[in-house]
Design a protein around this ligand. Structure first.
Ligand code: GLU
Length: 295
């Protein structure tokens, strides 16, 4: 029997939902309804500095106003740091994590001075910013001890080369994922490099939390914007290392405003809240989203 279809909408409560979020939430919600599946709402609030409870309440109110219903209880990432810690322990036991004490400045300087860096570019750029040049990858236990001894802040990074070697050795390489109804996509995480999986003060990162949660919540279909397509390369690697199944993915196009720009939280006029306060109905918004995509 096929697994029941499970999908989710996973906003971060750092502001009010805008039309781009509404479009994404509706895509996932419609897909779940069509498949007679489950629709989950997940609050991605690991960044305690930027996330606010009042935005979480506003997200729920706006989604309900749009006519979207989700299962309770809602998973809130900040309630589940222990799950991310367990995943980190698994990766640590495989020897795939290392502490990195670099500041942004040190990383930028290293890239700028690397002999292979092209002169006209700031350094090898990945979709998430500069690819970490590996400064701390081979620190000795003694060097690490000294840094830790003085209370230096650090991030835990995935050693991608070691991770790939391990997956090859296990016969799990290359990795692929099913994208929509098309051909499987081969995972190539090199454009993200040794990603940060946790920080001293936030014991997880977006990449780790989203991978753990999708697996623990039994998500079978990840439906999200194409701006996160690149992240799936590393999510597949984490799934394989942590022994999770691979969900299917649908990265939908991002809708744009009349000037062709992506909607952003800073555009107050296009939040669901202000549209609602301006007298727009949910039906009008759903129609408008259909027209924006030509649908
Ligand atoms: N929390 C992410 C965001 O708001 C979405 C994560 C995901 O769908 O994988 O952009």
């Amino acid at each position: 029997m096929r697994d029941k279809f499970v999908t989710r909408f996973a906003p971060s409560p750092t502001g009010h939902l805008h039309l781009g979020h509404a479009f994404s939430a509706l895509q996932a919600w419609h897909a779940a309804r069509e498949a007679d599946g489950r629709f989950l709402l997940r609050i991605e609030d690991i960044d305690k500095g930027r996330c606010r409870p009042e935005f979480e309440a506003a997200i729920m109110e706006d989604l309900a106003w749009l006519g979207i219903a989700w299962e309770e209880p809602v998973r809130r990432q900040s309630d589940h740091f222990a799950d991310y810690e367990t995943a980190l322990d698994t990766l640590r036991a495989q020897g795939l994590l290392y502490p990195c004490f670099c500041t942004r400045r040190e990383i930028a300087d290293e890239i700028a001075h690397s002999p292979s860096a092209p002169h006209d570019l700031p350094g090898p750029k990945g979709p998430d910013g500069p690819i970490y040049p590996g400064i701390c990858r081979d620190m000795s236990a003694h060097q690490i001890q000294i840094k830790e001894g003085v209370g230096a802040a650090y991030a835990l990074r995935l050693d991608l080369e070691k991770a790939t070697a391990l997956l090859k050795q296990q016969g799990d390489w290359p990795l692929r994922w099913q994208e929509g109804g098309g051909a499987p996509v081969k995972a190539d995480p090199r454009s993200l490099g040794d990603v940060v999986l946790a920080r001293k003060d936030t014991p997880t990162s977006y990449h780790l939390a989203v991978t753990v949660d999708d697996a623990l919540q039994g998500v079978t279909h990840v439906i999200r914007g194409e701006d996160l397509f690149h992240a799936t390369h590393i999510h597949r690697v984490l799934q394989a290392l942590l022994g999770y199944p691979a969900p299917r993915y649908i990265h939908h196009p991002l809708i744009r405003d009349a000037r062709g720009r992506r909607f952003a939280k800073r555009d107050k006029a296009e939040t669901l809240r202000s549209l609602r306060q301006g007298g727009e109905s949910p039906e009008a918004i759903i129609n408008r989203l259909g027209n924006l995509t030509g649908g």
